[in-house]
Design a protein around this ligand. Structure first.
Ligand code: DNO
Length: 357
């Protein structure tokens, strides 16, 4: 397991790359360009500049999170083929600097959703939480509730005000699709890009829906084992894989996360893992917790063991951390708690690896 840490770029991330370099067991950075409009080709000069920054501190740049998918690809709109051609050009450009994995998602309109970005835990740290009752009604109403919930001025991806101006239009465009229509459009996309991925040795790693259920009447197609099997069936290749996000999948109590890992990593369909813990506060509500098993509802030892038993040798990163020790950064992406998470997970990994020698 190759441990890395996500970084949002010198412009947007308060954490210097040099600090990431100091986190034990971290060998690579999971990066992206954040200033290229969705649908456009990622320009070579910007990719090279990012690679040089990362390699300049002695880390590797082999995983990108995310190259986002244009709405017309998901909807099957008029610019679909234009956006797919550009996606293919981006894959080729990323391959040229040594990128091996692209993490992406196929969630309509919104990326991940939480209702609280600054939920205070009894130990005085802050974390993100999801309360199902607050995600009722329209997306607009939910956003107002989120804003009232002390977000510290932060917005989740997909909830940017400039994007929400077109919200009604987007919701109407997705409305007639249903999960079947969205799956068909996914199939069209994956079948179009796979030959390039295979030729240029870049693995696609679809991030599951977070939370793994339909929200605001929008369809979802990556929530459980059955969904993931269907996605696999559209193009059966190690290049059509998943980002096995333990938190996202674990947010549905019916998902057996170690079993999902055994199944999909066992079939070589997991080039990338995001490993975090969550704590259920009801059947459907949860908050994100410190990574160790004792603090959440997921058994992290069983999760790491499942990766080991599946023969996983791909990329991984710790995921959403709490804000601790006075840090008030981008929700989920502070340095300290993610570094503790990496230390803990890589400790489990070393123990499991040596115990099974
Ligand atoms: C949240 C992340 C997601 C992920 C995208 C992948 O913290 O896991 O935003 O990057 O869904 O495209």
């Amino acid at each position: 397991m190759k441990f890395g840490m996500r970084w949002f770029g010198a412009q947007d991330d308060p954490i210097p790359l040099e600090y990431i370099r100091q986190v034990p067991n971290v060998t690579h950075v999971v990066g992206a360009l954040f200033d290229v409009p969705v649908g456009e080709v990622w320009p070579m000069d910007k990719i090279i500049a990012l690679r040089d920054q990362i390699e300049g501190v002695g880390l590797k740049f082999e995983v990108v999170e995310s190259v986002n998918i244009h709405d017309d690809i998901k909807i099957g709109g008029p610019k679909r083929d234009w956006a797919i051609d550009n996606y293919i050009a981006t894959i080729k450009n990323l391959s040229a600097v040594g990128i091996k994995v692209i993490c992406y998602n196929f969630m309509p309109v919104f990326d991940w959703v939480r209702t609280q970005l600054r939920h205070r835990l009894p130990d005085g740290s802050y974390t993100m939480a999801y309360q199902d009752a607050l995600v009722q009604g329209t997306a607009q109403e939910t956003m107002e509730r989120m804003n009232a919930n002390n977000t510290g001025g932060h917005k989740l991806p997909g909830w940017e005000p400039e994007r929400l101006v077109h919200l009604q239009e987007l919701l109407e465009a997705y409305a007639p699709l249903g999960a079947e229509g969205l799956a068909e459009n996914f199939k069209y996309f994956i079948q179009a890009i796979m030959p390039t991925c295979e030729q240029y040795d870049v693995k696609m790693a679809m991030h599951p829906d977070d939370p793994p259920k339909a929200l605001f009447g929008l369809p979802r197609i990556a929530t459980d084992a059955q969904d993931l099997r269907r996605i696999e069936s559209f193009y059966d290749s190690p290049y059509n894989g998943f980002t096995l996000c333990t938190g996202s999948l674990g947010e549905n109590r019916a998902n057996d996360v170690p079993a999902l890992i055994r199944e999909f990593a066992g079939r070589d369909k997991v080039p990338f893992a995001q490993i975090r813990n969550i704590k259920f506060t009801s059947d459907v509500d949860f908050h994100e917790s410190a990574h160790p098993s004792a603090y959440g509802s997921l058994d992290m030892y069983e999760i790491m063991l499942a990766f080991y038993q599946a023969g996983f040798d791909g990329y991984a990163r710790s995921d959403h951390g709490r804000d601790i020790w006075g840090e008030r950064g981008r929700p989920g992406y502070g340095l300290y708690d993610r570094a503790l998470g990496t230390s803990y997970l890589s400790g489990l990994w070393e123990a499991i690896t040596k115990a099974n020698r």
